[in-house]
Design a protein around this ligand. Structure first.
Ligand code: SAH
Ligand code: SF4
Length: 369
C-alpha cells in the first residue's frame, strides 16, 4: 500500500489520515515488520490493527541457494497462492550494470549479517510468475504467464533482500535490476507502483535501477511519460542484429520491430549522462559472428541514442536448442563493438552453479514442483 491507501485505511477506522504517513515511515523507512512495534501509533490503535488482521508482510523466502561466487538466489512466495518467483542478490554487482560511469569505484568493504564482505550489490527482481513473451532462448518463456505479481510482491522481494543483508538505504550502494522473471511492461501498473514505493518510501534511487523490456512499445511510451524523479534507467533486449534474426529468436519482434521500439525509446527524456542499454544475448553461431557485431554497431549508431551494449553469453538450459558462444567469439564481438566506438560491456554470468544466471531460473521451478 502507498501512503494514500494507508491513509484511507486510517480514515475508514475513524483515525486521522496522516497516520497513514506514520505507518509508511515505520514499515518502509524503518522497515519494521510488526504492527505492534510501530511506536508512533498509539498502543490501542496498534492492538486494534493487529486484532483486525493487519500485518506487515514480506514475500516469504522459502529457499536459498548460495553460489561459490557469492550470488544468492531466493525462491520467494507471495501471500496469495503457492506460486513462487525468484530474486537474486549479486554482491559486487556486475560489469554490465555498473559500467555506465554513474556508479563510481568500489570503496572498502562492509560486512553483512551473514559475515560476507561486499561493498555494493545488485538485486535482480521479478515482475511476473512466468512470462507471456515467447523468446526462444529463455527458460522463463517455457512457463507461460501464470500471473502478474502485485505491487507488494514486486517491491517486497527487494525489501526482503535488503533486510537479509542488512542494507542501509542511503549508505550502502545497491543497484536494482528488473530483469528477473517476467516482462515488467506487460504488468506496467504494478511494476511502476512498486518502483514508486521503493523510491518514495523505501528511499532507493531510480538512477540505480534499470528496467529491461523485450520491446513492448505501448509500455515504453508510457514509461517515457514518467518523471525523472521516479523513472528507472531503461534497457532494451535487442538480442539480434536485424529484424529477420530478431523475429526468429524473439517472435514479439513481428509485432513491434526494431525501428518501432527505437522510436518509442527516443521519446524518453534522458537525464544528464544517462544512456540507454541494449542487451544482447550471444547465441553461439546464431548471433555471435563478426558480421553480426558490425551490424549491431551500425544499428546502435543509427539510433542516434546515447547508448551502451551489455553483452550476455547465453546461459544454457534444458530443452533450449542454442549453444553457448565461445570465449573467443564473445571477446571478438566486444572488441568489434568497441573499435566501432560503441561502449560494450560483458555481463559476467553469476551463480551459474546454482542456476541463477539470466534465463536459468525456471530450472529450479521444475526441481521444486
Ligand atoms: N522480460 C524482460 C526482462 C527479463 S529477461 C526482457 O526480456 O528484457 C532479462 C534479460 O535476460 C533479457 O535481456 C533477456 O534477453 C536475458 N536472457 C533471457 N534468457 C537468457 C539466457 N538463457 N541467457 C542469457 N540471457 C538471457
Ligand atoms: Fe519474457 Fe524476457 Fe524471457 Fe523474453 S527474455 S520470455 S520477455 S522474460
Amino acid at each position: 500500500m502507498n501512503v494514500s491507501e494507508l491513509g484511507e485505511v486510517m480514515t475508514s477506522l475513524g483515525e486521522p489520515k496522516w497516520r497513514g504517513r506514520q505507518i509508511a515511515e515505520a514499515i518502509y523507512r524503518q522497515r519494521i515488520v510488526d504492527v505492534e512495534e510501530i511506536s508512533t501509533l498509539p498502543k490501542g490503535l496498534r492492538q486494534k490493527l493487529t486484532s483486525m488482521g493487519w500485518r506487515v508482510g514480506r514475500p516469504t523466502v522459502v529457499q536459498v541457494f548460495t553460489s561459490v561466487d557469492g550470488t544468492e538466489r531466493y525462491l520467494v512466495q507471495g501471500q496469495l497462492d503457492g506460486l513462487t518467483v525468484e530474486t537474486v542478490w549479486m554482491p559486487e554487482g556486475d560489469e554490465g550494470e555498473t559500467g555506465d560511469g554513474l556508479d563510481g569505484e568500489s570503496e572498502g568493504g562492509t560486512e553483512d549479517r551473514t559475515g560476507r564482505k561486499w561493498d555494493r550489490g545488485t538485486i535482480c527482481d521479478s515482475s511476473q510468475v512466468g512470462c507471456a513473451v515467447s523468446c526462444q532462448f529463455c527458460l522463463t518463456a517455457k512457463l507461460g504467464l501464470q500471473r502478474n505479481l502485485t505491487v507488494g510482491e514486486i517491491a517486497g522481494q527487494v525489501v526482503a533482500v535488503l533486510d537479509r543483508h542488512g542494507v542501509e538505504v542511503g549508505r550502502d550502494r545497491v543497484n536494482l535490476v528488473y530483469m528477473g522473471m517476467g516482462e515488467p511492461f506487460l504488468n506496467y501498473d504494478n511494476f511502476m507502483g512498486a518502483v514508486r514505493l521503493l523510491v518514495e518510501e523505501v528511499g532507493l534511487s531510480p538512477q540505480r535501477m534499470t528496467v529491461s523490456t523485450s520491446g513492448i512499445v505501448p509500455g515504453i511510451q508510457r514509461f517515457a511519460e514518467e518523471g525523472p524523479e521516479i523513472r528507472p534507467k531503461l534497457a532494451i533486449s535487442l538480442n539480434a542484429p536485424n529484424d529477420e534474426v530478431r523475429s526468429e529468436v524473439m517472435p514479439i519482434n513481428r509485432k513491434w520491430p526494431i525501428e518501432q521500439v527505437v522510436d518509442a525509446v527516443r521519446g524518453v527524456r534522458l537525464r544528464a549522462k544517462e544512456r540507454i542499454t541494449f542487451e544482447y544475448v550471444l547465441l553461439g553461431g546464431v548471433t555471435d559472428q563478426p558480421k553480426h557485431a558490425a551490424e549491431v554497431a551500425g544499428l546502435v549508431r543509427r539510433t542516434g541514442l546515447p547508448a551502451k551494449v551489455n553483452l550476455i553469453a547465453w546461459n544454457p538450459g534444458p530443452g533450449v536448442p542454442y549453444a553457448t558462444p565461445s570465449n573467443d567469439a564473445v571477446e571478438t564481438f566486444r572488441g568489434a563493438l568497441r573499435s566501432a566506438g560503441i561502449p560494450a560491456y560483458l555481463r559476467r554470468p553469476r551463480g551459474r552453479d546454482i542456476y541463477a544466471a539470466c534465463g536459468q531460473l525456471k530450472r529450479t521451478m521444475e526441481q521444486m514442483n
